[in-house]
Structures are given as C-alpha cells and as structure tokens.
Design a protein around this ligand. Structure first.
Ligand code: DGY
Length: 316
C-alpha cells in the first residue's frame, strides 16, 4: 500500500543519505524541500501524506498540508516539531528513541572529561608546538575526583549517563519532572535543589517551553566556583548570556556544550571563554547510530502507511 503514498522530506539542510535512499525506493513521490509553509506547492498540498523531518515543523507548515497523516522526526528530541498542533490536527508524530541512547551517553561522558581535564586544549598544545617550545601543558585546575554529579532529565539517556558515572565512583543525584521508581540516585523535586546539592550538572533535558532557560544565573551560581556545567540535551534550556557571564566571572569553573540555543550560531562570549569545551551537536553523530536512527525514522513511515501503526510515537 505504501507504494501509492507521497512523502515529503522537509529538512533545513542535508538529510541522512540512507534514509533518503529508502524513502525514494519505498514511496511513490518524494519532495526534498526546506520546512517552510511558503514553499509548499499545490501539488505537494494535494499529495503529501507523510513528512520525514529533522525538526523545524511548525503549525503553519502542518496547516499547509491538509492530507498530512504522519511526521517522522529524525532524532529523539522533537522540541522543534509543533507536536501539540499536530495532535489537534490528528497528525501522528514519531521520533527515534533508544537507538541513540548509548551513543549520546558516550558523548556526554567524553565532553565531561574534556571539559574538566582540558584534553582538547592539551592536544592543541602538542599540535601547535607548545610542548616542544614551552614544556609540559599546565596542570588542569579541575578534576573529576570528589565531584558530585547532578543529572537534569532522567530519561533513557540520563540513565545511561548515570550508569557510566557509577563506574567512575561518583555520587549521582537527579532532577526530573517525576521521580523515577527504583533508581538508587538521590532525587530532587526542583532544579534549584539539585544544583545546590551537586557541583557538576549534566543537562539532558529535551527542550520545549517547560524548560526554556531553566539553567539560569541562579542555578549556575548554586553549583559554586568549582562548578561544571555540561549540556548534551538542548541549548534552549540554558540562558546562554547568564552562562557566559558565570564563566567569565568565575561563578562556575567550566562548561562543556554540545548544543546551543540558535544552532549553528554559537554565542561569541561562549567561544571567547577559555574554560569551555564546545562541540557542534555531535551527540548521536556516528555513522552507525545515524543509520539506526534513519532506519527507525523510515520504518515509522512504512509502518504507518501499511498498518496505520506508529512504531515509536512521541509521548502524549
Ligand atoms: C536528537 O536525536 O534529538 C539529537 O539531538 C540529534 O538531533
């Protein structure tokens, strides 16, 4: 049945090649276009029943496609898909959980260690000849030893990070909308309470209105001057100006960021801060994991059009 379905791939830039290939082979018509309601042609308007997207699906775009049935988001985070509007319009939204959990947790740990032990800067020291010219790289001011780690957002990825940190022998606490049953980690009902109890905060929060700029000046200051902030979730959960000020003023010691509020733009103040480790949103970005995400994204479309069943619908 899926052979008769027309699908649009609506992406701001490049979409995963493996996903594009499978979609091309599976569906009758495919458009590759930017996610912008003004680019929807009459033909798309009539024909498009499914979207594969890398976020960026707003209400105007959903309304511009009256025959739309399903939005398959490439990525577990769907904060830039208007899922509320989709639900009101009866449009199914799916994401790609589970298949990226371990990869993102690995990246979070790497980013934490890079931030605390300054490993990227030490490598630059070697590569630019400073080692030979000036001697050993200065001792890192910070260490993981003795840290208490707080995880903001205890979903699948938060849990995978916590499991890794257990092996490091570090005490772990967390804040989540709800306490997760059966976890051996200290729960805090507020982010403020968590920040006061730890000196290292890892944000895995998925973004969206409820956590917009939740990591603000007050939260950062609660971490203290030894504080380290790591963000592997979404940049929108952070007040980036407050973070840059906290780093510049010594309110906290360092930050490691894989995500930013206005990607691919990185605030100059964060670029200029010496005590940051910055990555271009590579949490899940291995060929292995992106292929698995691509398969799950496309399998959701196929399952929807053949059985009216989504494999991984986003939570209500
Ligand atoms: C996700 O899956 O949400 C990652 O951020 C990749 O976009």
């Amino acid at each position: 049945a899926e052979q008769q379905q027309a699908v649009a791939i609506l992406v701001p830039g490049q979409f995963n090649d493996h996903a594009v290939g499978r979609i091309d082979r599976t569906f009758s018509r495919v458009w590759i276009e930017r996610p912008d309601a003004s680019l929807v042609t009459d033909e798309m308007r009539r024909a498009v029943r499914g979207i594969a997207a890398f976020g960026g699906i707003n209400a105007a775009l959903i309304d511009a496609l009256p025959n739309l049935e399903v939005i398959a988001n490439f990525g577990v985070g769907y904060d830039s898909v208007d899922a509320g509007h989709a639900a009101r319009r009866g449009v199914m939204v799916t994401n790609t959980p589970d298949v990226l959990t371990e990869e993102v947790a690995d990246t979070a740990i790497g980013l934490l260690i890079n931030t605390v032990r300054e490993l990227p800067r030490a490598e630059t020291w070697l590569r630019d000849g400073s080692w030979a010219r000036n001697g050993n790289y200065p001792l890192s001011r910070l260490t993981l030893r003795g840290r208490r780690v707080g995880i903001f957002g205890m979903g699948r990825i938060g849990l995978a990070i916590a499991r890794r940190l257990e092996a490091f022998g570090l005490p772990i606490a967390y804040h989540n909308r709800r306490q997760v049953e059966g976890l051996p980690y200290e729960y805090h009902g507020t982010l403020k309470g968590l920040a006061e109890a730890v000196d290292t905060l890892i944000s895995v929060a998925p973004g969206g209105a409820s956590t917009e700029r939740a990591v603000n000046a007050e939260i950062l200051s609660a971490l203290g001057p030894n504080g380290v902030f790591v963000n592997i979730g979404r940049g929108s959960t952070v007040d980036e100006a407050a973070l840059a000020a906290a780093l510049a003023g010594g309110t906290i010691a360092a930050a490691g960021l894989d995500v930013f509020a206005d990607e691919p733009n990185v605030p100059p103040a964060l670029l200029a801060a010496p005590n940051t480790s910055l990555l271009p949103h590579v949490g899940s970005a291995s060929e292995h994991t992106r292929r698995a995400m691509a398969d799950l994204c496309v399998d959701n479309l196929i399952s929807w059009f053949s059985e009216r069943r989504a494999l991984t619908p986003v939570p209500e």
